[in-house]
Write a protein that binds this ligand. Structure first.
Ligand SMILES: [Zn+2]
Length: 410
């Protein structure tokens, strides 16, 4: 039995997606219209219930990870595709594990398609930002980040099935609190990724040309809370210990931790404190965003914060938080995955580049575990978390074909 080269198969997948573009867009529309903000469990769970039906219809085994506050995370497992067996028929007979060699393909470990179905948009946004297609772009809350990515997963699976393509098992994992830091999604993502050969993350691609993401910065936040002593600014000025002044001095130290060349940035993005202008402020705090390019810098940076000493010995400093997403470094495994993606894209006549980004995703967790991870495989578009959020419709088909080709090549 001969196996078609992944690039040839990708062209067949592209044809499949183009033939089914109406269905693909109506699925995308339906998912955008089921609004699913991270902080609305009932809403996110409605989205999960819909997805469970879709994956079950595709032959997936669906597992929910129930949560108290967040929406229930969803896993769907698909068995290996066997060459020549299309759409549930059983014409071909040989194993899907053709050739493979030392690539690990024979291990039978699944490929993980990773994403999230929560969005940053609160319920009711749809009324002001309805789903619409205009000038070749689809608009709507969460369309780019990342309901288009989920649509692509579903149609990549359908295209593989329709083509009777041989591929290793595929696991889809979608969590529900990615936009708010993946506090409950993280352990599920990590446990699932550990069992997988490679992770393909369907987060939006980067920039107008849709670069894939081969590295992401690590992310964290630290709240710096200063406590001083309140007093009347006119009557008892000298008895007061201004938490605001102390915090201001601390922040001037903290911003020195930034080292742009090394990929470390520190941003006090929120500051609050005091009660009235005629009261010496008893309390003030700042929320500081942290980004690091290297895993080793996490501890280093946290130590610098821990070493902060009050200028005024009558003030105290309390720190909470730290790095919560390790960086996704540009590992050998990631570079290899990108190489395969580029080869398929090139054969499809599609230029493909890689980028690094300061933003984090669940790919940070899987990469930090040492599982080869390629991110930004989702839609091409713009305006994540912004009112102009949109995706380029035509690219949905080619990127879905690329995804399917990639799954086949792992
Ligand atoms: Zn996202």
């Amino acid at each position: 039995m001969t196996t078609k080269a992944p690039s040839q198969s990708a062209l067949a997948h592209l044809a499949y997606c183009q033939q089914h573009q109406g269905e693909m867009l109506s699925l995308l529309r339906h998912m955008v219209e089921i609004e699913s903000p991270s902080d609305d469990k009932a809403a996110v769970d409605r989205m999960g219930a819909f997805l469970a039906q879709v994956f079950e219809r595709l032959g997936g085994k669906v597992t929910f990870y129930p949560q108290q506050q967040a929406g229930n995370h969803l896993k769907a497992e698909f068995s290996a595709g066997v060459s020549g067996r299309a759409s549930g028929g059983a014409s071909g007979g040989t194993s899907g594990r053709d050739s493979g060699g030392a690539s690990g393909r024979d291990s039978g470990k699944p490929a993980l398609l990773l994403g999230h179905f929560d969005t940053v948009w609160s319920m009711g946004t749809l009324a002001k930002m309805p789903f619409r297609i205009e000038d070749g772009r689809a608009f709507g809350p969460g369309v780019y980040d990342m309901k288009a990515g989920i649509t692509m997963m579903i149609f990549a699976l359908r295209a593989l099935k329709a083509a009777g393509a041989a591929h290793r098992p595929v696991t889809v994992l979608l969590d529900t609190d990615e936009e708010v830091g993946s506090a409950t999604g993280r352990p599920v993502v990590e446990a699932t990724a550990k069992e997988c050969e490679a992770v393909l993350v369907l987060e939006p691609s980067q920039g107008p040309k849709g670069h894939l993401k081969t590295s992401r910065k690590g992310v964290g936040d630290i709240t710096v809370r200063v406590r001083g002593r309140a007093s009347h600014s006119g009557v008892d000025f000298e008895k007061g210990r201004s938490a605001i002044v102390e915090l201001a001095r601390q922040l001037l130290e903290i911003v020195k931790f930034t080292d742009v060349g090394r990929g470390i940035t520190v941003n006090p993005g929120v500051i609050q404190g005091g009660t009235r202008s005629n009261v010496i402020a008893a309390e003030a705090w700042a929320e500081v965003d942290l980004r690091i390019a290297r895993a080793a810098d996490a501890a280093l940076l946290e130590q610098k914060f821990a070493a902060l000493k009050p200028f005024d010995p009558d003030c105290t400093i309390e720190l909470t938080g730290g790095i919560n997403r390790p960086p996704m470094e540009r590992t050998e495994g990631t570079v290899r995955l990108f190489g395969i993606a580029r080869e398929i894209a090139t054969a499809m006549g599609m230029p493909l580049e890689e980028s690094s980004t300061g933003g984090g995703s669940d790919g940070n967790f899987t990469s930090a575990l040492g599982v080869p991870t390629l991110d930004g495989l989702g839609a091409v578009g713009e305006g994540a978390h912004a009112a102009n959020e949109s995706v380029v419709v035509e690219e949905l088909f080619s990127r879905t074909a690329l995804l399917a080709g990639l799954v086949q090549s792992l």
